[in-house]
Ligand binder design. Structure first.
Ligand SMILES: [Zn+2]
Length: 204
């Protein structure tokens, strides 16, 4: 993921459905969202610290195991060997069957951090984490079976998360720095949040 609250927006219902079935889910966030405020009274480092705590509380509600913050600067991500290597390390440690990340397909009005994270995470899963001699310092190789990409133009997998919509909304509301009216958010998300869409990609 790129920022705190990306998970809640794009895939938190699917995460709850997974963790309730005993699936282990780890979160990796490239930034801590240090640019995400219009409040002139809070600076970047203080905001990042608050947002990490918000994300940890949300992760706990969603049943996630680990939350790792790579602490790159918000809105400054670029495709790099450093970021790719960090994702390889996370994949080789977590050893997932499924990678959930952004669809990096170019589109208008796509947050540049979302595009970069999607591209680097996919490249990390296939082929870099799979290949023993690529980023050898980042742990033993791992084959991720598939990726579920969100926010893309052509989703192929619809997940009905209506049974866990409350949990999803409650996790989103933990992101207090990103919430104006919680009642308005709750009403809006009841309307838009019950289905999550992914493009399923075979990585084997
Ligand atoms: Zn984001």
């Amino acid at each position: 993921m790129a920022h705190p609250d990306d998970i809640e927006f794009f895939c938190a219902g699917s995460v709850v459905l997974m963790t309730r079935r005993g699936v282990h889910v780890d979160f990796v966030l490239a930034t801590s969202g240090d640019k995400g405020t219009e409040d002139p009274k809070i600076d970047g480092p203080a905001l990042a610290a608050r947002r990490e705590e918000e994300q940890k509380r949300a992760a706990s509600l969603l049943g996630a195991d680990q939350v790792e913050f790579l602490r790159h600067a918000d809105a400054e991500l670029t495709e790099s060997l450093e970021l790719r290597g960090e994702f390889v390390r996370a994949i080789r440690r977590s050893r997932p069957d499924v990678l959930l990340t952004f669809d990096p397909t170019p589109g208008y009005r796509q947050h540049p951090d979302h595009r970069v994270v999607g591209r680097m995470a996919l490249d990390a899963a296939w082929p870099c984490a799979r290949d023993r001699l690529t980023h050898p310092e980042m742990g033993p190789p791992h084959k991720t079976a598939e990726a579920w990409l969100f926010a893309g133009p052509a989703p192929t997998l619809m997940v009905d998360v209506s049974t866990v919509l409350n949990e999803k909304i409650n996790a989103r509301l933990e992101h207090e720095t990103q919430t104006g009216s919680s009642a308005a958010l709750r009403a809006r998300w009841r309307h838009i949040g019950a289905e999550e869409r992914f493009t399923q990609v075979d990585l084997r």
